[in-house]
Design a protein around this ligand. Structure first.
Ligand code: SF4
Ligand code: SF4
Length: 382
């Protein structure tokens, strides 16, 4: 069986000409951009726009990456558009804040509709047989995914596979969290989403990654790489190896291999370009322990509060904006206003909390941290 190819190209800067050159090298190593777009085809690019934020904070895919990939795709004669459904609010204002709209405008690219979608069945799915997918994705001939390499509270790492979650419009994403509180079920849903959408190519922005309290409130960390592959599982596994995170820890790896989406074992992957050893970052701050399953019976439920990571609010940073309360997908909300007092930070009901970390992901002040109870820390040492 042929190995999955992952291209690793060094790129130390977001200076546009350098990024364009690096992306061009990546395409050449994959056989040329014409393998991914033909004249007249409608190709949509899907960057990671979790929440529109200044590109320097590394929450979103950098505009230079979108512009470089867009320029090369457009040169094939394809009709190129772009879009994403952020965690909060409509697509266009978030794309503007992240500089991606300006990058798209420079190339004269159309904005695809990611704010509304249609229901699609997925008979071959492992777990989720029906999705609502953004119109902009359903109306294109091919999708090119542009993920950002970041840490993630629920599944440890977010990259190529997770990026397609933004193809589900608006608040439906939160409902998926509420329906699938177990991180392994959630990961299987993400794999199903990828086998349904079938992006043609994944180009990962790892020039500046995010470590620590990602995917929104962590620290930018220079890795100086772009990764390209048609296999999202192999791409994510390679990115994990660069940050010295065992791919087995990331729940999408096994589910993705089981679904035939790709391969994460190193003997099934051919890394082309830079050798991983030359771009490793052993100091990258990421939780290297596997997420705990939450569907293992009543005893586990009883122990949940004592053994699983949980969100906590840093009261000194909280501005009582209420975003976390609004974004919490469970009802009644697990983060709530105590006695309806909106002048103080909200409180948590950990019994109701499903640990989806939507609150931590969307807090605009970075005031929500992930806390590991003592038993959880001890169990990791056993
Ligand atoms: S989203 Fe963050 S800043 Fe806003 S109320 Fe919640 S914890 Fe406080
Ligand atoms: S409180 Fe936060 S982690 Fe818990 S269910 Fe609500 S959004 Fe998810």
């Amino acid at each position: 069986m042929n190995k999955s190819r992952v291209i690793v190209v060094k790129c130390d800067t977001y200076e546009y000409e350098q990024v364009l050159k690096a992306v061009g090298t990546g395409f050449d190593l994959l056989g040329g951009v014409s393998a991914f777009a033909r004249p007249g085809e409608r190709i949509v690019m899907k960057p990671n726009v979790l929440i529109g934020t200044d590109p320097d904070r590394c929450v979103t895919t950098h505009p230079s990456v979108l512009r470089a990939v867009g320029e090369l795709l457009k040169a094939t004669g394809a009709e190129v558009s772009y879009g994403d459904s952020p965690s909060f609010g409509k697509a266009e204002p978030n794309l503007k804040k992240s500089g991606l709209k300006e990058a798209g405008d420079r190339l004269g690219l159309a904005l695809a509709d990611f704010d509304a979608g249609r229901s699609v069945s997925h008979k071959d799915a492992l777990l989720v047989k029906r999705f609502v997918i953004a119109n902009g994705v359903l109306d294109c001939d091919g999708l090119v995914s542009l993920p950002k390499l970041k840490t993630h509270g629920l599944v440890r790492y977010t990259g190529a596979v997770k990026n397609q979650f933004g193809c589900v419009p608006g608040i439906l994403k939160g409902q998926s969290h509420a329906r699938l509180p177990d991180p392994y079920d959630f990961a299987t849903m993400l794999v199903d989403l990828n086998t349904l959408i079938k992006p043609r190519l994944y180009v990962m922005d790892g020039v500046m990654a995010m470590e620590g309290n990602g995917p929104r409130s962590g620290r930018p960390k220079r890795l100086g790489v772009l990764l390209l592959s048609t296999d999202p599982i192999a791409l994510d596994a390679t990115a994990c190896r660069i940050i010295c995170l065992d791919p087995e820890v990331v729940p999408t790896s096994r589910a993705g291999e089981k679904a035939g989406l790709g391969r994460y074992h190193s003997d099934g992957i051919e890394v082309i370009g830079e050798a991983i050893e030359t771009v490793l970052d052993p100091d990258f701050e990421v939780n290297r322990t596997p997420p705990m399953s939450r569907s293992a019976g009543r005893f586990r439920t009883f122990l949940k509060n004592r053994t699983t990571d949980r969100p906590i609010i840093d009261r000194s940073k909280c501005t009582s904006c209420g975003t976390c309360v609004e974004m919490c997908p469970v009802r009644p909300q697990a983060v709530y206003w105590h006695r309806d007092d909106r002048s103080r930070p909200p409180r948590y009901s950990y019994g109701r909390c499903i640990r989806c970390f939507c609150c931590q992901e969307t807090c605009p002040e970075g005031a929500i941290l992930i806390d590991s109870p003592l038993l959880a820390r001890l169990s990791r040492r056993i």
